[in-house]
Ligand binder design. Structure first.
Ligand SMILES: Cc1ncc(COP(=O)(O)O)c(C=O)c1O
Ligand SMILES: Nc1c(O)cccc1C(=O)C[C@H](N)C(=O)O
Length: 413
């Protein structure tokens, strides 16, 4: 078995794609990009920036080791909100003071779903779709059990995604919250956030959007789209690293009334007063519960600097070019083997990944990993190619798709 062609092979007929790519040089800023490994999992865990190692070391030496407990007064206490503001500006289209960083996406989904239900007292239903990421569905089921609510499931086709018409069909006077994902984790379908949010508002409900597969790859305009609540992880396109803290967004108009269920001391208006009873902070700090993960935010701070410099519009342009290239190669090399596209063909409807289906894809994925080509597998029969615009090259996509064709030929003989 041959190893994949080097992602920098000058002999490729597609070498001009990388040569013409204005973002190509950013690839060198990432650890491991010089190796022949083909990485198609940037939508599960992004590569680290080289500079992050030095930043982490400096943090340990200077901020943690040097400042010790004084660090809290000097910057750490505000960090969940200062990083939140930066994230709001570079990736979420949200105003300062509406985003806080901390917890995992799952915990924030719980806190925000409970908060959303509390914003609509007396209403008994939550809308969720059957193809939403498992943690979103499980949290919705748990909250429904806890509060005695009913879930209104929208049946979503895993190869496309949720439409405003489907949501309209289940909305009603009992709908409290609509919980959906902006970019579908399997198909990469981009939901019409503004359209669905407007429909939910007409029905008197609030929306909670999971942005895990969009933020940092697809432009997000939370304020312009009139979104109520949102959350998402930072370890995919935002480059935060394994287990990096998630973020929560609350529209300004809901901040004063927002009641989240984990009323810890760090969400108190004056945590160090240590007084009786919980008085929530008037702003987004009320979303915090316990001591925020300062160490875990360090790589994110760094990665957001780069995203801010490049700009989300340029990132999306490259993302569309990469996924379009992957679809074209799949049509050429894989469709003759019976592989089908399970992502939208229309680039404007497609997020940052491409899913290809074939009955042998589970075995194909295992074999690809053994030859250092790293996509992931998602049922049913889906090979998912996550293309990170700042660290994936066109040559890498080409090498990877050729490897898929070779492995598919092996397993289907
Ligand atoms: C849409 C979506 N929501 C949530 C998560 C994960 O949540 P957590 O960060 O809590 O593991 C993921 C990926 O793991 C995801 O794709
Ligand atoms: N969060 C993950 C993890 O802790 C381990 C392995 C994968 C992940 C993922 O991010 C999965 C990803 N959200 C998905 O869409 O499949």
């Amino acid at each position: 078995m041959t190893s994949p062609t080097s992602p920098t092979s000058p002999t490729s007929p597609f070498a001009e794609l990388d040569a013409a790519d204005p973002l190509a040089h950013h690839r060198d800023a990432y650890v491991g990009a010089e190796t022949p490994l083909v990485y198609f999992d940037g939508n599960s865990l992004g590569r680290p920036l080289r500079a992050t190692a030095a930043r982490m070391a400096a943090f340990v030496e200077q901020e943690w080791g040097g400042r010790l407990i004084r660090g809290w007064d000097e910057s750490w206490f505000e960090l969940p909100l200062t990083v939140g503001d930066r994230l709001a500006q570079v990736a979420l289209g949200a105003p300062a003071g509406t985003v806080a960083v901390g917890d995992s996406t799952t915990v924030l989904l719980y806190k925000l779903l409970r908060a959303g239900v509390a914003l609509r007292p007396g209403r008994r239903e939550v809308v969720v779709d059957t193809d939403n990421f498992p943690t979103d569905r499980y949290v919705a089921e748990g909250v429904a059990r806890e509060l005695g609510l009913e879930l209104r499931w929208v049946e979503t086709d895993p190869t496309t995604g949720i439409t405003p018409e489907q949501v309209a069909a289940v909305l009603g006077p009992q709908t409290a919250v609509v919980l959906l994902s902006h970019v579908a984790y399997r198909s990469a379908w981009i939901a019409d956030v503004a359209g669905i949010t407007a429909l939910a508002h007409e029905a008197g409900a609030v929306v909670l959007w999971d942005l895990s597969h969009s933020a940092g790859s697809v432009p997000v305009e939370l304020e312009a789209w009139d979104v109520d609540l949102a959350t998402g992880c930072t370890y995919k396109y935002l480059g935060g690293g394994p287990g990096a803290p998630a973020y929560g967004y609350v529209a300004e108009r809901h901040l004063a009334a927002l009641e989240q269920p984990i009323t810890g001391w760090m969400g108190h208006a004056d945590p160090f007063l240590m007084g009786p009873g919980h008085t929530p902070d008037p702003g987004i700090r009320r979303l915090l519960s316990g001591t925020p993960p300062i160490l875990g935010m360090q790589p994110l701070v760094h990665a957001l600097e780069l995203l801010g410099e490049v700009g989300i519009a340029a990132v999306r342009e490259k993302s569309v070019a990469l996924t379009t290239f992957a679809v074209e190669l799949a049509d050429q090399l894989l469709a003759p083997h019976g592989v089908a596209l399970a992502s939208p063909r229309e680039a404007g409807r497609r997020g940052g990944h491409v899913t290809l289906t074939h009955p042998a894809m589970r075995e194909v994925t295992a074999r690809l990993w053994r030859r250092d080509v790293i996509p992931d597998y998602r049922d049913p029969h889906g090979l998912r190619l996550g293309l990170a615009p700042l660290s994936t090259s066109f040559a890498e996509v080409e090498a990877g798709l050729h490897a898929v064709a070779e492995v598919l030929a092996e397993v289907t003989v």
